[in-house]
Design a protein around this ligand. Structure first.
Ligand code: HDD
Length: 722
């Protein structure tokens, strides 16, 4: 079967106002003569100009010089964080207008669709690093609204490691590869990261998220997104409400297994990028609902945490998430560098109706994002790069600078002016002029943190207690792995002191693995103390969460009723049963899944009277690329597969990674051969994701097992070699 990959043209991917604007900057060389950058037609682009057949190259060769100079300057600095990413275009459509909360036009205009550009990323790795690193994922959305650009620059986790932007360079220096040997790449499992974290108890909550399976998503399309900080919504009367922004994926929130992540990193480090690209190209457009949690100003102090503290979330049980619109990603970029690499997000890009709070992390970010673009994109005119331009006109008295594109006409570049009739003119608030929320502030200038920021553990406890058994076990496993990679015993020891504050049993399991005793509560937990400070004044407040658990924090309750876009491998060889194949294929495709045929070699196989084209071979593929495996009936095919170690490994690995496996008819013989040995108490028939029998009888259960994502129960036995 040929893969369904369409060009944007064939797929008739939707455009929008931003896409039309971008198209003005596109160029297509089809049918065109080659020229220099200055438009001179080139006769020979293959040979440099030289003095005689075997002589030296001449300095005069402007064609050679131009080509090489441009090449030498092709790279720009990668992002200091979030260097590795993938982007896509789309639209945002409102379900419900909210004028009582905000005057932002794009959150009120029901008829219009707002173009968006989204970039997903990992944080720590370099531009060429693996997509499957255990890491936070960036989730940055640029809304091209009719009132200018609004950037929601969030992550796939709702809290952050630190409470003050002042510590961001330290955090990033600690997590990035160590400076002496530039190792390890795209990994937090090393001494400097855990050294920093173990001295920074405010990171405890985020560490629980980062060690959870949220840090190894199955797909960008299956991640939540969060604005993290508390922002403000401002209505036409100038009234403010606090708001937290959420993105809820319609495919649910799902992750891969850690062992699987590591295998994918070797087999296809572009796994997430490819998944996003292919989904859009195949017309399976990824969708998220935009959610808001709204808190009236009068309730600011109603919670047992500070709304300005970015290490805290508002439990959905306390303030439900209202879903107010949907974002659909429906178009891949035309050029990675021009769009995905050059896009410049800024948490300070807001439109009238949206404003900031005094969250100290947010406040520092407001400075950092423009500053970083100046070095990364080379100067103050980065807003003129096509992907960054708003879809509304830009007029002001900013002028000149490196690579200025706009040709401002006239003499006037200042205001007030009379030479240009005082244009461009300022805009009244009633007519859409931005004015900052008039928050009352009556305070002393101090360099300090509010005591209301000192509870570092209650939400870390809430998160851990809200996990399913499998998720909690994965956090323990992740901590064992990460701290196991730490070489300095005192760092491990200090980290155990932090973990005890969250959950003693969890800390004990990690300590056992590390071969260490659980330490007593140390004299000092927080090392983030000013030179004149008394460490005692900086110790965390020990508090219990005010709710027992929060369902929304666990992925186990997420959408599990669809197999749309899931990839299913059909393991086949000559002689596979045509009926078995077509029954299963039809049912899975009807439910929205994608099928790929995998055989010992490429080309085609015979299945009954049919010839089946093979998509991948056992050599080019691996079970980690698929959500589930089906082996159709057919004696000859099964015999061939039985003799192929790669086929047996394929099945065993899928089993280890808790995936749905359906073995039709005699294919069940492959079970023992591939070392799939459910424990006595855990027999095959009790494993809801390991199916044997007739193809037609297993279809429904197979679909349910794929929709359930993984049968994590299978892990309990811990008896699966791979
Ligand atoms: Fe940041 C990039 C998200 C804290 C400084 N950040 C960046 C990106 C995302 C985030 C998604 C990539 C944007 C893209 O795809 O181009 N950052 C966050 C979140 C944070 C956060 C959710 C905490 C809630 N960041 C943060 C702090 C600082 C920065 C505290 C500095 C004080 N972030 C940057 C940066 C980056 C960046 C250095 C690197 C590239 C860029 O901005 O454009 O300025």
């Amino acid at each position: 079967m040929a893969k369904k990959t369409l060009t944007p043209e064939q797929a008739k991917l939707p455009g929008n106002e931003k896409i039309s604007q971008l198209s003005l900057h596109q160029t297509d060389a089809e049918g065109q003569p080659m020229t220099t950058d200055h438009g001179v037609k080139i006769n020979d682009d293959q040979n440099s100009l030289r003095s005689g057949d075997r002589g030296a190259t001449l300095l005069e060769d402007f064609i050679l010089r131009e080509k090489i100079t441009h090449f030498d300057h092709e790279r720009i600095p990668e992002r200091i964080v979030h260097a590795r990413g993938a982007g896509a275009h789309g639209v945002f459509k409102l379900y419900q207008s909210i004028p009582e909360l905000t005057k932002a036009n794009f959150l009120n205009e029901m008829e219009s669709e707002t173009p968006v550009f989204v970039r997903f990323s990992t944080v720590a790795g370099s531009k060429g690093s693996t997509d499957l690193a255990r890491d936070v994922r960036g989730f940055a959305v640029k809304f091209y609204t009719q009132e200018g650009n609004f950037d929601l620059v969030g992550n796939n986790m709702p809290v952050f490691f630190i409470q003050d932007a002042m510590k961001f360079p330290d955090l990033i220096h600690a997590v990035k590869p160590e400076p002496d040997n530039e190792m390890p790449q795209a990994a937090s499992a090393h001494d400097t990261f855990w050294d920093f974290i173990s001295m920074m108890p405010e990171s405890a909550h985020m560490v629980m998220w980062a060690m959870s399976d949220r840090a190894i998503p199955r797909s960008y399309r299956m991640m939540e997104g969060f604005g993290v900080h508390t922002f403000r919504l401002i209505n036409a009367k100038g009234e403010s409400h606090f708001v937290k922004f959420h993105w809820k994926p319609l495919l649910g929130v799902h992750s891969v297994a850690w062992d699987e992540a590591q295998v994918i990193s070797g087999k296809d480090p572009d796994f997430h990028r490819r998944d996003l690209w292919e989904a859009i190209q195949n017309g399976s457009f990824p969708e998220w609902e935009l959610g808001i949690q709204v808190v009236p100003e009068s309730d600011e102090h109603k919670f047992d945490f500070d709304l300005l503290d970015p290490t805290k979330l508002i439990p959905e049980e306390l303030v439900p998430v209202q879903r107010i619109g949907k974002m659909t990603l429906n178009r891949n970029p035309d050029n990675f560098f021009a769009e995905t690499e050059q896009v410049a997000f800024h948490v300070g890009h807001v439109v009238p109706g949206i404003d900031f709070t005094n969250d100290p992390l947010l406040q520092g970010r407001l400075f950092s994002y423009t500053d970083t673009q100046l070095i990364r994109l080379g100067g103050p005119n980065f807003h003129e790069i096509p992907i960054n331009r708003p879809i509304v006109p830009v007029h002001n008295n900013q002028r000149d600078g490196h690579m200025r594109q706009t040709i401002n006409v006239g003499k006037t570049s200042y205001g007030p002016n009379s030479t240009g009739q005082n244009f461009p003119h300022q805009v009244k608030v009633a007519d859409g002029g931005f004015s900052s929320h008039t928050e009352r502030i009556d305070a002393k200038k101090i360099r300090a943190r509010s005591k209301s920021f000192f509870d570092h553990f209650s939400q870390a406890k809430l998160f851990f207690r809200s996990q399913s058994a499998a998720e909690a076990q994965h956090i323990v496993d992740a901590l064992c792995f990460e701290l196991g990679k730490v070489k300095t015993p005192v760092i491990r020891q200090r980290m155990l002191s932090v973990l005890i504050q969250i959950d003693k049993n969890m800390a004990q399991q990690v300590a056992d693995y590390l071969g260490m005793e659980l330490p007593a509560k140390p004299a000092q937990l927080n090392f983030s103390v000013p030179a004149d400070g008394n460490p005692k004044d900086f110790e965390p407040i020990d508090k219990e969460p005010i709710i027992k658990n929060s369902l929304a924090l666990s992925m186990s309750g997420t959408t599990k009723d669809t197999i749309k876009t899931r990839k299913i491998a059909f393991l086949v060889a000559d002689g596979a049963d045509a009926d078995s194949i077509s029954q299963m294929k039809k049912a899975l495709e009807k439910a929205g899944a994608t099928i790929e045929f995998i055989a010992p070699k490429l080309g085609s196989i015979t299945a009954g009277k049919e010839k089946l084209n093979i998509d991948e071979s056992l050599l080019t593929s691996a079970s980690v690329f698929y959500d589930a495996i089906f082996v159709p009936d057919g004696d000859k095919s099964i015999k061939t597969l039985s003799a192929q170690p790669e086929a047996l490994h394929f099945l065993n690995q899928a089993y280890k990674h808790c995936k749905a496996i359906a073995l039709a008819g005699n294919a069940k013989e492959l079970m023992a051969l591939s070392n799939i040995k459910p424990q006595e108490k855990d027999k095959a028939k009790q494993d809801s994701a390991l199916l044997t029998g007739n193809t037609s009888d297993m279809i429904k259960n197979f679909i349910n097992a794929i929709a359930a994502h993984r049968n994590w129960d299978r892990e309990k036995a811990r008896n699966v070699p791979a």
